[in-house]
Design a protein around this ligand. Structure first.
Ligand code: DGL
Length: 277
């Protein structure tokens, strides 16, 4: 049986952060898989997009966000952004130390790809930061599973989705232009290595006419977090009701709030938390 101190640790919230509201796709998957967990979400809308920022800038933002999530007593901090996971995971883990456990969105995908696509060719699309960091390639190569990774930076996709352009002819055109790049020729599966991309998954599947498996990271990551919490005996007790998620943003606009519906599945109230004032 859990001791009283581990019980109270388990009852603490899970911190989730992203450059903006795209990470809500991960928060949504988490809330489905882990209905008893209370989430504290932080979207750094003041600095969005991270995908074009330098590693040093993203690291500085990430550290400040972790300070806030630690003040909120988070037991786990999930970096729900591929760009921030690529640029800042190691640094954040060191910075947070034993105060909370830090998880990223890259490792669960790498493990999944290694198990599922041994000896095959896998494509990946993401921001410039994610692709140019080469972090997926390094981690997949380390598995030695014979997976050949072909990556392409697709920087227009996140702003396009944020502006509401998906399931439209404009988005179809941009998606087709990117996916027809020869770098992605001959792939068996495509990793959507950006938290915005689940919203264009169907358009991507339509482009490939279901001949290429399209991997939506949010479900893989949510299952990984659930496994981690159970393994570490950190899962919130079943009697614990996950009321009162909090959703903070560093810059509030009504349009961000309206967009929460498309990323989280329902509109949520964003609280303005001006970390940088
Ligand atoms: N959420 C970011 C990611 O997963 C994409 C948006 C951005 O560039 O900030 O990489």
């Amino acid at each position: 049986m859990a001791s009283s101190s581990s019980f109270s640790l388990a009852a603490r919230p899970v911190g989730v952060f992203d450059s903006g509201i795209g990470g809500l796709t991960v928060a949504r998957a988490l809330s489905r898989v882990l209905p008893h967990e209370r989430l504290i979400y932080f979207g750094d809308t003041a600095h969005l997009p991270y995908g074009d920022k330098s590693t040093a800038a993203i690291q500085a933002y990430a550290v400040k966000i972790c300070d806030l999530l630690l003040r909120q007593q988070c037991k786990v901090i999930l970096i729900a952004c591929n760009s921030a996971s690529a640029a800042a995971y190691e640094l954040v883990r060191e910075y947070v130390g034993s105060k909370a456990r830090v998880l990223n969105v890259i490792d669960p995908i790498v493990a999944h790809v290694g198990q599922t696509y041994q000896g095959r060719t896998v494509g990946l699309i993401g921001t410039k930061q994610t692709v140019n960091s080469n972090v997926y390639r390094k981690k997949i190569d380390d598995l030695d599973a014979g997976v050949q990774l072909q990556s392409l930076a697709t920087p227009l996709l996140a702003p396009m989705i944020e502006e509401g352009f998906f399931n439209s002819s404009i988005s179809d055109n941009i998606i087709r232009t990117y996916l027809s790049n020869p770098v992605l020729d001959g792939i068996d599966a495509l990793v959507l290595a950006c938290t915005h991309y689940p919203l264009i998954k169907e358009q991507i599947q339509a482009y490939y006419k279901d001949k290429v498996e399209v991997l939506d990271a949010s479900d893989v990551v949510a299952r990984h977090v659930a496994g981690f919490l159970n393994e570490q005996q950190l899962a919130a007790p079943a009697a614990h009701h996950a009321t009162g998620h909090h959703f903070y943003v560093s810059d509030f606009t009504r349009s961000f709030e309206e967009s929460t519906r498309i990323f989280f599945g329902q509109e949520v109230q964003l609280e303005h938390y001006p970390l940088w004032e």
